[in-house]
Design a protein around this ligand. Structure first.
Ligand code: NAP
Length: 242
């Protein structure tokens, strides 16, 4: 019996949101070593240009807010013109804050759902025609361990990530008919700039090193095409409340 081969990343067009820093940047660096064509999106174009200079050839960047449909459409137009149709979409951009629910403004509540759920659904919808053309299409959605458990003072973020998990798992079942693998990654605490805190505050074993999470992302994406890792969760050994 023939052994199923690993899925390749060489020459594949990968679009990553939130790739200017944190986990998105680590994923970009890791996948670059596999020979992908990278399309990177975040709001701060200056930071993205620095990332591009560091990554070198085969990397394109576009400054856009994922909640701005017009800007995202322009970004997709640019990325497709440079690299062709998207083969892999990594929905990594996300935001939230540790704040008592009553102290959030209504704008902050709307923004939390908009970034973590609505923009993710809209981007998948926009990229779907590309993915249906690909011979080995993959979507990887970064949610959170809070997509599977509640946490006080993170009600909007946790409920938004619960919705993102529902979206991901529903689409995993729907899009397998088109040969598209939809994967969900639920990390615990990662040592990044998330929530406005500077990187370095939660080093291992209290927080995950983003490069180690990126290794897991690469592993998930490179399983043989018949094998779907539909949900993976990760935690640092000393994460409180786990
Ligand atoms: N860090 C954790 O403890 C943790 C735990 C579980 C899950 N996560 C999830 O992991 C993912 C990555 O977060 P991170 O920890 O790497 O955070 P981070 O260091 O704050 O990075 C967030 C990235 O997303 C971009 N971004 C944020 N809002 C955006 C928007 N509206 N439009 C476009 N880009 C946007 C940021 O760039 P700009 O600011 O320039 O837009 C940045 O590149 C998120 O989905 C987060 O919810 C994080």
């Amino acid at each position: 019996m023939e052994i199923e081969k690993e899925s390749t990343l060489k020459g594949v067009h990968v679009l990553i949101t939130g790739a200017s820093r944190g986990l998105g940047l680590s994923i970009a660096k890791r996948l670059k070593t596999e020979g992908v064509k990278l399309s990177l999106l975040a709001r701060n174009l200056g930071e993205l240009e620095e990332v591009k200079a560091g990554l070198g050839q085969g990397c394109r960047v576009f400054g856009a807010d994922i909640t701005d449909n017009t800007a995202v459409a322009k970004a997709l137009e640019y990325f497709r013109a440079e690299h062709g149709p998207v083969d892999i979409l990594i929905n990594n951009a996300g935001s939230g804050s540790y704040t008592p629910f009553g102290e959030l403004t209504t704008e902050e509540i709307d923004q939390t759902y908009s970034v973590n759920v609505t923009a993710v659904a809209r981007l998948i919808h926009a990229v779907l025609p590309d993915l249906k053309k690909s011979s080995d299409a993959r979507i990887l959605n970064v949610a959170s361990d809070l997509a599977r458990r509640p946490l006080a003072n993170m009600a909007a973020y946790s409920s938004a990530k619960h919705a993102a998990a529902g979206l991901s798992q529903s689409l995993a079942r729907e899009l397998k008919e088109d040969g598209i693998r939809v994967m969900l990654l639920n990390p615990g605490v990662i040592d990044t700039w998330f929530g406005g805190s500077p990187k370095g505050q939660v080093p291992p074993p209290y927080g995950l090193n983003a490069d180690h999470v990126a290794d897991v992302v690469c592993f998930m994406l490179t399983r043989p095409a018949y094998l779907l890792m539909d949900e993976v969760s990760l935690h640092p050994m000393k994460q409180p409340e786990f």
